[in-house]
Write a new protein. Sequence first.
Length: 368
Amino acid sequence: PQICHDKSASLPQICHDKSASLPQICHDKSASLPQICHDKSASLPQICHDKSASLHIFLNDFLDRGKTPAGNVPDLVFEQLPFDHPISINFTSGTTGSPKGVVHSAVTFLSLLRDFIFHLNLKSGDVAYSHCAVGWSVWDYPFPTLALGIKQFLFDGDPVYKKKDFDLWTILSKYKITYAFVSTCYFDGLELTNAWNDHPNVNFDHLKVFTMGASPVKKRNYDFIYKNLKRKDIFIGATEMFGDFTGFDFNTLSYMGECQVPALGVDLQCFDKEGKPVVGQRGEVVVTTPCPSFPVYLWGDEDNNRLYETYLSKYEGVWCQNDEGWINPKTGGIVVIGRSDDIMTQYGELMSAADIYFASKLCFPEIP
């Protein structure tokens, strides 16, 4: 089949040419985009570039395509869909195999609103900062807050970037950011580039919560952020959950390296190898009962086989996130050590890559 352009049509059409050995895109000479042409001597289609073609599309051009032939904008049509209808795909980082396309449904918004209303205490008029790339769940994680009247401040660039009177700290101050999430690796970058808050006139009174995560947070990350902001909040979430496993409780103390409390409605525990809950010793981070933020399926996963193998096979009927953790028996805080598939055994003791990093930083703090 080939894609032919009919001047009377608003979009290209797919036509079938019996003489064609491969799909073709037949381009209308009046169109402005490159074309894919079929050269009979070539084994594959080729991209032919028209020098007069333009690769730009502007917002007004895009909006005009949605108008009726009469030039009017049609009314939005809303369709009533079930609560478990898929709404988004976010991709995992691939630390437990090839990246997975995690499909979430509308019910996930319940968990997201829980996080921002109850755990983060955000309200209409607040401003949420994000530097995250599209496709990562932290990018679209705060978007449901638009329903609460919370503004989105999207920073397109390297958050570690610093020049005179322009860096992360001045942005937080100038635009009165209320909530900000910055991944742990960027904290490392801020410190390595000496991007300290050395501005005498910045003000962070409006900043309610400054969070860090996406990988285990090191002691030096806490020290760095506390010296610059006098804040030290941490949580753990996951692409698979499209939200948080843990939350904040502003009525209790926050301890360095610990997530304060499980998120509301999340039965978060640590299991030993026998599948028994443990406190005060290392274990597998699990969620023992279903919650709204679980994915509906993995994209392209027929019969949910991969979903089951990855997350539900280690402990029957229990969600296993493949992270190792530890619950502090004195504070009740949760410490996430690292990926459980990174665990090594040395002289009967369990160690992860995080332990090696921790020991290295402790012995050689000058090494980045």
